[in-house]
Design a protein around this ligand. Sequence first.
Ligand SMILES: Cc1ncc(C[n+]2csc(CCOP(=O)(O)OP(=O)(O)O)c2C)c(N)n1
Length: 658
Amino acid sequence: MQYQSKAIDDQLRVKLYERMLKPRMIEEKMLILLRQGKISKWFSGIGQEAISVGVTSALLDEEYILPMHRNLGVFTTREIPLYRLFSQWQGKANGFTNGRDRSFHFGTQEYNIIGMISHLGPQLGVADGIALADVLKKQNHVTAVFTGEGGTSEGDFHEALNVAAVWNLPVLFCIENNGYGLSTPTDEQYKCNDLADKGKGYGIESHIIDGNNILEVYTKVNELCKKMRKKPAPVLLEFKTFRMRGHEEASGTKYVPQRLMDEWAAKDPIENYAEFLRNENILSEEEEVEIKKKIIHEINENLKLAFDESEVELNKTKELNDVYAVFDYEHVNESSVVENIRLVDAISNGLRQSMEKYDNLVIMGQDVADYGGVFKITDGFVDAFGKERVRNTPICESAIVSAAAGLSINGMKAVMEMQFADFASTGFNPIVNYLAKMHYRWNEKADVVIRMPCGGGVGAGPFHSQTNEAWFTKTPGLKVVYPAFPKDAKGLLNTSINDPNPVLFFEHKGLYRSIYQDVPSDYYTIPLGKASLLKDGDDITIVSYGAGVHWALETLEKHPEISADLLDLRTLAPLDMDSIYTSVKKTGKLIILQEDSLFGGIASDISALVMENCFENLDAPVKRVASIETPIPFAKNLENNYLPKERFSEELQSLLSY
Ligand SMILES: Cc1ncc(C[n+]2csc(CCOP(=O)(O)OP(=O)(O)O)c2C)c(N)n1
């Protein structure tokens, strides 16, 4: 192995050695503990230390790094006290997740490290968001993000590189090509010669680096970072290295030819480097012994602390409370000056006023800039707020949801317009796994609103008409808002943007231009989780939301003889069950009208909760009315048959006469 670079002074050369040695020695200790059954899973980075250490050493402490499961060297180079890492791996409170997540699945703002989620790819887009925040704040920082070569096959890799290229984001994409993704060799993972070649396709500068040569890693990354800080642009690095142990310790390496093992064992990044330092008289044997002694002492002392720490305490209330970041709702009263406007205008109005209120709020979405979005909600926003804050995105929902998470991590607020709620499916993973779980896992807010134009009755067929709120109401950690009226929409959107938690904000396309209301012109807020009682009656409770509310209103208009409470839920998570219980206790009958197909929708849970909590108050079984169990069809008569609007009146009459 060739070690050059006279540019690095001896002190740093020794430091780099120490920095590689520490994760190696920790790992060796962990392997012993694993055999003794004292720790659970272990993903070894033995043989790959030069990459974590070299990259981290080239970055400034205030720059974010997003490591993977084999990057222990990132954590140790940032000098996280070892007992905290050991506690983390043992699921104890001195770790970073209060026992809620394992291994390296955590972030820490204190050390500017944002750990992975198991799905590997999403953090590449998160790095984009972090870097975007730096650019917008005019901070000349680099963000480094890691992936294995296996992870490059995920769509997230493509999306994140493309976004970083189009937006000139200073992200250092680090691929650790270690030969195998679990048991899959590189020739079954990708077809190009080198993964660095992919950079060209995205218009990104890329390089191949010997990942086992610490001086090459450090020097090259250091040089690139200096350049990226001056002139923001992404860089793709492919570090050639090898995974010397199994994917995780239990899975072994039987499928790896011995020849490869031997070849790479000879390239060990630490042994070779130590030999070089000795030959150059930079490191004496005594110094080496001293360094090792010091590390052993540090490991043992910290291990004792972690082993002595008691098991994480279960506090049932805290478990539930920590799913969401604390939000101190601030009520802003409605002014008396009103305008009679449509739902679409009210949303646009609220969004505009929130953009004025928060200069760190960024809107992202397809065609939202000069075009104003396909529904024209952001029409004129570029003129008012500039293209930096009103950003057209490539067609890549997953990367943009992830980037929104990154913006939030780095101190910004994000509103993403999903062009149609249907397309949330291609951004589903980061919504339900990244945004939703972040606060519970490591106490970090996800200050993101995703606007979801949704709903049927518009003859748009199976991919432009769904109302897919049930995909999200099922997921703890998300808030789901679904207004039916312009005034609610504006106030609830403002609150959603104030709320530091991830909110899916459903906007019914069929209501956008058909529903008018007097809407206060000034900024105001409406609390989440409070249903609105639209009609007050005695014989039955009708619960609905979105377009269903208007169908119920029409039905009641046609039947003035029906005395019903009509509750518009407005928010589905949190759900205002108290208002439902109060009403059901008064009327004794409940019908729930939902636009989505029946099975697994929010109506089912409301029904179950009412049965469980108000059984004795009920004079009839709870009735759910919803769309039929098919995808939503295109032709008008088929769509009418699908939607529950016409069936609702019959079901209502039938329940009344029960
Ligand atoms: C989306 C997803 N699919 C599959 C897996 C299971 N899995 C975990 S790690 C891994 C291999 C990853 O290979 P690579 O990215 O090369 O990283 P390495 O483990 O080699 O460092 C697989 C298949 C996963 N975690 N996430």
